[in-house]
Write a protein that binds this ligand. Sequence first.
Ligand code: UD1
Length: 432
Amino acid sequence: MKQYIIKGGTPLRGEVVIGGAKNAALGIIVAAIMANEPVKIENVPDVDDVRVLLDAIEGIGAIVERLDRHTVSINGALINDVSVDEEAIRKIRGSYYLVGALLGKYKKALVALPGGCQIGSRPIDQHIKGFEQLGAEVTIHHGKIDARAERLVGRHIYLDCPSVGATINIMMAACMAEGKTIIENPAKEPHIVDVANFLNSMGANIKGAGTDAIRIRGVASLHGSEYSIIPDQIEAGTYMLAVAATKGDVYIRNVIPKHLEAITAKLTEIGARVEEFDDCVHVSADRRLSYANVKTMPYPGFPTDMQPQMTTLLALSEGTSIVTETIFETRFKYVGELRRMGANITVEGNASFITGVEGFTGASVSAPDLRAGAALVTAGLAAEGYTYVDQIHYIERGYENFAEKICGLGGHMELIESEDERALRKFKMKVS
Ligand code: UD1
């Protein structure tokens, strides 16, 4: 079983380059199959979720060519199947985009229900409501979403909550529906705008992504395009907080500082320094930071995907902090693992009450999901001694070259690939 071994206590220093946004990539890769011509996508992160999705679209007949590690060409002209149900696809969240894309293009889709991190009940009723309002009949049977329509017709759709997944899914189906669709109360996350820009680059007619209403005029077909994915806001945010937790000094490059504002604001509030440049942020901290209250909110609020990393940082800061999770119901499962490292946190309902401690001590911990896993890595980097993080397949779903990037910043983090390597590593540590 793979594992990260981290020797903590070294401030991160230097510079790190952020990759393409995973959550944008998932939407864009699926949207690409809607064209009948090759689409070239750049800045694709080389992470497990992306690999699973590329395999899935290849499985239904899309031609996928890896032009280099971060560039892929996708041609959806020869898709011969609208049924997607591999074991792997059931484990990732982004698989639900296949419903919107296939329904929009072929007016039918049969896709395994999505998985993803176990952080709450994660219903998809808003996706289904949107497809139905466009004229599709949607049923769930044998663990699959079955959506089909004679024709899709644009409608006025009001989302009950600003769901990222539902907004992108409905946008994809609607861009090949007849007439005009308006999505009210959509999500406004940067990757919504990125997927909309990408669809427009293929000839779709989408206006208002990132605002309170998205207006889509349907088109009959989409064409080839070249597109570069935006930088990953959450990967960048994770490094920003790891730098602060280790009292380091790092230039985080290839970012859009505006997308990081909620994180920057909290870091500044608790006493870290953040300097913004055109496509870079410089984060540094030279002392223990102070408390803050944080509430997760849809963009432009504080992202739920940064909540575990922020809780970790506040658990090392002076004073008492409260972190309230408003998006997902069970997103504090990692707190028990942080306690093993010395954190003083209690969870009541959707809030964690944190009394900051002077430091953590390394321990064996297990990642319960992707972002919580990143938080445990952050904790390990700040802790005294060795931390062993298990279940890192969750972390590898969303962080490319995590250990290499941390080592590039002077941190000590190693990826152990097998039991043998783990035994050898433990032996070496004993004798060194
Ligand atoms: C996406 C992201 C995930 C991020 C989340 C919130 C991807 C692949 N994943 O997940 O990393 O944490 O946005 O920023 O992009 N909801 C409903 N009904 C629905 C859909 C959602 O009630 O049909 C609720 C959810 O339970 C949750 C809230 O809406 O409380 C937000 O969920 P949503 O934005 O849809 O999250 P995901 O798309 O699953």
